[in-house]
Design a protein around this ligand. Structure first.
Ligand SMILES: Cc1cc2nc3c(=O)[nH]c(=O)nc-3n(C[C@H](O)[C@H](O)[C@H](O)COP(=O)(O)O)c2cc1C
Length: 347
């Protein structure tokens, strides 16, 4: 599976390419308008046919903390990028809420519904009515059980290595649970009676073979596809990903108000360090959004927040997504065949 990646990374071309290669392409729809998603789903179907998935993040928006203190914190960064002292209202219509996005995506012909950062129950009626399987991402055994009880038909078990936001929504003062993919997947497989897909740290055939050995029915790759030819990642983002080392990422809630794994750079380290308490999910992202866009445009790798997993270094090169899917599958087949030979007694 192409992991859903909100922020314009899962382009219609990328979604269609993964589906054409025999995988499942899924749009990360958070932040989009219903009309934008409708158009993208239609284009992906035209380019690659079904299946096409749509994913939403179910966390409700929050507003807390001290907006003035956050403005003061961002002031030197804004000045450095030549931005006005106050964030400007984003151009264009505001994004639509999760349920409106799912309705629009299904109307346009999407065949799979997926969600993270919350209880998937609100999506069950829409998914069932459309006959679309409901996929839900979980980062612990308890979450996986709860999501299946709520109606999820596939669980994506997201290990701590994963790039992007942690699937967990209710995070206590001790921070998000960070169970690694290797420990999480078999425990989730044992706990639920639906197919489990492994996510987090899978980039090649070795990862797929390992996930299958752990009992997963498949894998969901995010970071690897960020550097696919068809991805919407900016050049500065791709270059940084291709040079990333295993220790170059950090999990923090300071960038968007919810815990996520980011590439360490000057802005992320400053936010994760001595910054004022974040403003909550949605509000914090809005406070950082134009810095994000300006730094990406300027190609400033130290000031663009970049989500990435711990295995980014294994991504290796920029390739068409169809080749990535074929390589991962062929690589796993080769490893599994080799292991079968090793396991057989000599004749
Ligand atoms: C840039 C980026 C954006 C992401 N956005 C979403 C999203 O919108 N919805 C979601 O369910 N997961 C999102 N994720 C998490 C992925 O679904 C997946 O769990 C993760 O990428 C898997 O780990 P990997 O990056 O090591 O392959 C995102 C990940 C990245 C890297």
């Amino acid at each position: 599976m192409l992991a859903p990646m909100a922020g314009g990374f899962t382009t219609p071309e990328l979604v269609a390419a993964v589906t054409r290669a025999g995988g499942l392409g899924t749009f990360g729809a958070m932040g989009m308008t219903a009309d934008g998603l409708r158009a993208d789903v239609a284009q992906a179907l035209e380019l690659g046919g079904p299946p096409v998935g749509i994913n939403v993040l179910l966390a409700p928006p929050e507003s807390r903390g001290d907006a003035g203190a956050m403005r003061a914190f961002f002031a030197p960064f804004r000045q450095e990028l030549g931005l006005p002292p106050e964030p400007e209202a984003p151009a264009g219509p505001p994004p639509d809420p999760p349920l409106a996005l799912v309705e629009a995506g299904l109307e346009a012909g999407a065949t799979v519904v997926s969600s993270a950062l919350g209880d998937p129950s609100p999506l069950v009626p829409l998914a069932r009515e459309a006959g679309a399987p409901l996929v839900s991402m979980a980062a612990t055994v308890e979450e996986a059980r709860a999501h299946v009880a709520a109606g999820a038909e596939v669980i994506v078990a997201q290990g701590a290595e994963a790039g992007g936001h942690r699937a967990t929504f209710d995070v206590g003062p001790e921070g998000p649970p960070l169970v690694g993919t290797f420990a999480l997947v078999p425990q989730v497989v044992d706990a639920v009676d639906v197919p489990v897909v492994a996510a987090g740290g899978v980039t090649d055939g070795r990862g797929l073979a390992a996930a299958l050995a752990l009992g997963a029915a498949g894998v969901s790759l995010g970071t690897r596809f960020l550097v696919a030819e068809e991805s919407g990642a900016a050049p500065v983002y791709r270059e940084r990903l291709l040079a990333l080392r295993d220790t170059d990422t950090v999990v923090t809630d300071a960038v968007t108000g919810r815990p996520a794994r980011w590439v360490r750079n000057r802005l992320v380290d400053a936010l994760a360090g001595e910054s004022p308490p974040h403003l909550g999910w949605g509000t914090q992202r809005a406070a950082v959004m134009d810095i994000w866009a300006a730094a990406a445009k300027a190609g400033d790798a130290e000031l663009v927040p970049m989500l990435a997993g711990q295995a980014a270094a294994l991504a290796g090169d920029v390739r068409p997504a169809e080749e990535i899917v074929a390589d991962v599958v062929e690589g796993a087949e080769r490893i599994l065949a080799e292991l079968a030979t090793r396991a057989s007694p000599p004749s």
